[in-house]
Design a protein around this ligand. Structure first.
Ligand SMILES: NC(=O)C1=CN([C@@H]2O[C@H](COP(=O)(O)OP(=O)(O)OC[C@H]3O[C@@H](n4cnc5c(N)ncnc54)[C@H](O)[C@@H]3O)[C@@H](O)[C@H]2O)C=CC1
Ligand SMILES: Nc1nc(O)c(N)c(N[C@@H]2O[C@H](COP(=O)(O)O)[C@@H](O)[C@H]2O)n1
Length: 262
């Protein structure tokens, strides 16, 4: 995996107010960050990885990774991208822990997964994989857990809520109990849409940092667009960012903001 140059000061300075504040806090600081096309697509189709960020906004993502204790993605991203989820800036002082939401143990992670390869050579950390507690005793999961533990990773069991999902607060509390004070949520769309889907979950977001790439991916792409949450009177109040800043990064533009509270 090639190294990435440090983010130049002219871009790092305006980004600084959106970085996690030093804790401890009740819950880890959650940064929601991803790269999107102009038609709100984060990849061309489910199961494919699409490079949207240019060199500077990519360096920005790695700069963010260097300020977070952990990076979270959904299992479909792990399967589609086989991501490294490490910080590849030369001389990085610390590495974030990859966290994967994999309720049914779908990811058949092996020693040759990129997250494990990076952990083996000390350029990254082995993942924490969050699974429905009922699968913790499954033979395949037990075997994979042994392999993960060799490199410092493991499966964590959590119970699903009535919608068949992990509750975001429980995810944050579980990570906090393992010493995680800051979490970057990178995607994919299902993860982002559920996090943005209700006022309650939006309250958990400390900052939003989105890279806009100057392209349209067209119909059939994987789209960020949360479900509307209607109030008791059937009204929908679209969530909006405050403290907004747009930072041009070569051909891309990076939007920073915080979610407004009702
Ligand atoms: N451009 C960008 O910045 C990024 C693009 N991607 C792209 O996104 C695509 C994948 O996105 P999606 O298909 O939407 O999948 P996803 O990566 O969001 O994973 C979805 C799966 O994660 C699990 N999951 C998500 N939220 C959960 C919750 N709260 N509780 C329990 N389980 C949960 C479920 O098993 C769900 O089916 C890939 O093509 C990937 O390349 C992914 C990350 C960033
Ligand atoms: N910031 C950003 N820009 C893009 O163009 C992307 N495709 C992504 N994808 C996310 O980054 C992960 C890949 O990480 P590694 O380079 O393998 O460490 C991928 O899984 C998505 O979470 N992000």
């Amino acid at each position: 995996m090639s190294q990435i140059s440090a983010l130049p000061e002219e871009y790092a300075t305006p980004l600084a107010p959106y970085l996690p504040l030093l804790g401890p806090h009740e819950l880890p600081h959650l940064t929601l960050t991803y790269a999107t096309s102009l038609d709100s697509a984060i990849s061309l189709s489910p199961g494919t990885q699409t490079h949207l960020s240019g060199p500077i906004s990519k360096a920005m993502t790695h700069h963010l990774r260097s300020f977070h204790d952990a990076i979270l993605v959904g299992v479909s991203t792990a399967v589609a991208d086989d991501p490294g989820l490490n910080c590849r800036i030369e001389g990085a002082q610390s590495q974030p822990i990859p966290v994967i939401l994999d309720p049914s143990g779908r990811w058949e992670i092996t020693e040759s997964a990129r997250v494990i390869e990076t952990a083996k050579v000390g350029n990254g950390r082995a993942p924490l994989i969050i699974i429905d507690s009922k699968y913790l005793d499954n033979d395949n999961v037990v075997q994979r857990n042994k392999m993960l533990q060799k490199y410092g990773g493991k499966y964590i069991g959590l119970d699903l809520d009535e919608k068949g999902r992990f509750d975001w607060r429980s995810i944050l509390l579980a990570l906090k109990s393992l010493g995680v004070e800051s979490l970057m949520v990178e995607g994919g769309a299902t993860v982002i849409n559920t996090l943005l889907g209700t006022d309650e979950t939006r309250q958990l977001i400390g900052s939003v940092i989105v890279t806009f790439a100057p392209t349209w991916l067209g119909q059939g792409g994987v789209i960020v667009s949360p479900k509307r949450e209607f109030d008791d009177e059937g009204k929908y109040e679209p969530p909006r960012l405050k403290e907004v800043k747009w930072i041009p990064m070569d051909q891309d533009v990076v939007l920073c903001g915080r979610v407004t509270r009702k």
